[in-house]
Ligand binder design. Structure first.
Ligand code: COA
Length: 332
């Protein structure tokens, strides 16, 4: 059985907010933000919602795949910032694009969300339950951020990316001898460190109980702990996935990593002893969009013709939970 990504898409809000704009809101500078993170600007919603961005990205992915929305079997939306608790965003997307046959639900693994959704969809396709899936990472993080907290508000942006994956019964062997599909995956979670990157929702409140301790409903982050976690765990899980597949770093053509911080990506490349040229980046232009970063980058690479049939990609993410993962994929 082969799994192929036959379509990708993305949707970004029109409004660009530069580091110079951020310096008008909080005590920061272009030099500090660029130097510590690599980010120069980000896109911020002026009304776009998680579901509207997700639906646009999905429509693009379906057009590229040449599929009608009615043919979609499964929609998985990875998000940690839905506008509604009920219904889930995937059902909003199903309605917006007219994918009436699809089973639709959300999955929250924060910045690892798209990767976890891809692996979940893959497992469903492997069982034979579904033949295809639309997977989406979509976030409007700007509403979860305390815009007076300079240590977090400069890092994040809004956007969505989608991929349409299809199953083919026979293996598809590419010209370079590689078989298209997912070769290996590693996923992990460490809930004991959950509070180093957190955002509260509602506390318990009902006629019988009222929580007295209130936590602000904004993103809280211990940046140094997250940095240490990412620079240790990401190369370790990529290495584990490569070892499981009997591959080395040299067998990989592109490392499509979660775009949080250029220093984290450079550190991962260094620890893996991999050429940094194999790590495409777009975070300078759009910042950290949590679950949307990997599919947006994938769509940029795909539409720019930078991924060829038979290329071996490592997709790897990390984020709140804490969660992390790596998947090895040969492009079909
Ligand atoms: N502008 C200017 N100064 C800032 C600032 C900003 N936007 N944000 C924080 N600072 C200040 C701090 O107040 C501190 O000042 P002090 O020394 O006077 O107390 C100083 O800069 C250093 O802060 P620190 O938090 O130690 O900086 P850092 O080197 O750890 O860099 C991060 C901060 C957030 C860039 C870094 O920790 C990081 O990238 N962590 C990973 C975050 C991440 O990727 N999160 C997403 C995970 S999915």
């Amino acid at each position: 059985m082969t799994i192929k990504i036959t379509g990708t898409g993305r949707a970004l809000p029109e409004k660009t907010v530069t580091n110079f704009d951020m310096a008008k809101l909080v005590d920061t500078s272009d030099e500090w933000i660029r130097g510590r993170t690599g980010i120069a600007e980000r896109r911020i919603s002026t009304g776009d919602t998680v579901s509207s961005l997700a639906a646009k990205a999905c429509a693009e992915a379906l057009t590229m795949a040449g599929k009608d929305a009615e043919e979609v079997d499964l929609i998985l939306v990875a998000t940690c910032s839905p506008e509604l608790l009920l219904p889930c965003c995937a059902c909003q997307v199903q309605s917006a694009i007219g994918a009436h046959q699809a089973v639709a639900f959300d999955l929250n693994a924060a910045c690892s969300g798209f990767l976890f959704a891809l692996n979940t969809a893959y497992a469903y396709l492997q069982t034979g339950l579904y033949q295809n899936a639309l997977i989406v990472g979509s976030e409007v993080l700007s509403k979860l951020i305390d815009w007076t907290d300079r240590s977090t508000c400069v890092l994040f942006g809004d956007g969505a990316g989608a991929a349409f994956i299809e199953k083919t019964e026979a293996d598809e062997v590419c010209a370079n001898g590689r078989t298209a599909g997912i070769e290996e995956m590693v996923m992990g979670s460490d809930g004991t460190k959950g509070m180093v990157l957190a955002c509260a929702e509602r506390t318990v409140s009902n006629p019988y109980f009222k929580e007295t301790e209130t936590i602000k409903p904004y993103v809280y982050m211990n940046g140094q702990e997250v940095y240490k976690f990412a620079t240790r765990q990401v190369p370790a899980c990529i290495k584990e996935a490569l070892d499981k597949a009997n591959l080395t770093v040299d067998d990989v053509d592109l490392f499509v990593l979660h775009q949080a911080n250029v220093r984290i990506i450079e550190s991962v490349a260094k620890r893996l002893k991999a050429d940094i040229a194999k790590f495409p980046m777009n975070l300078d232009r759009i910042g950290n969009m949590s679950s949307a970063t990997i599919p947006v980058l994938l769509d940029e690479l795909n539409r720019d013709g930078k991924i060829k049939k038979g290329d071996r990609l490592v997709l790897s993410g990390f984020g709140a939970g804490l969660t992390y993962g790596a998947s090895i994929l040969v492009w079909g």
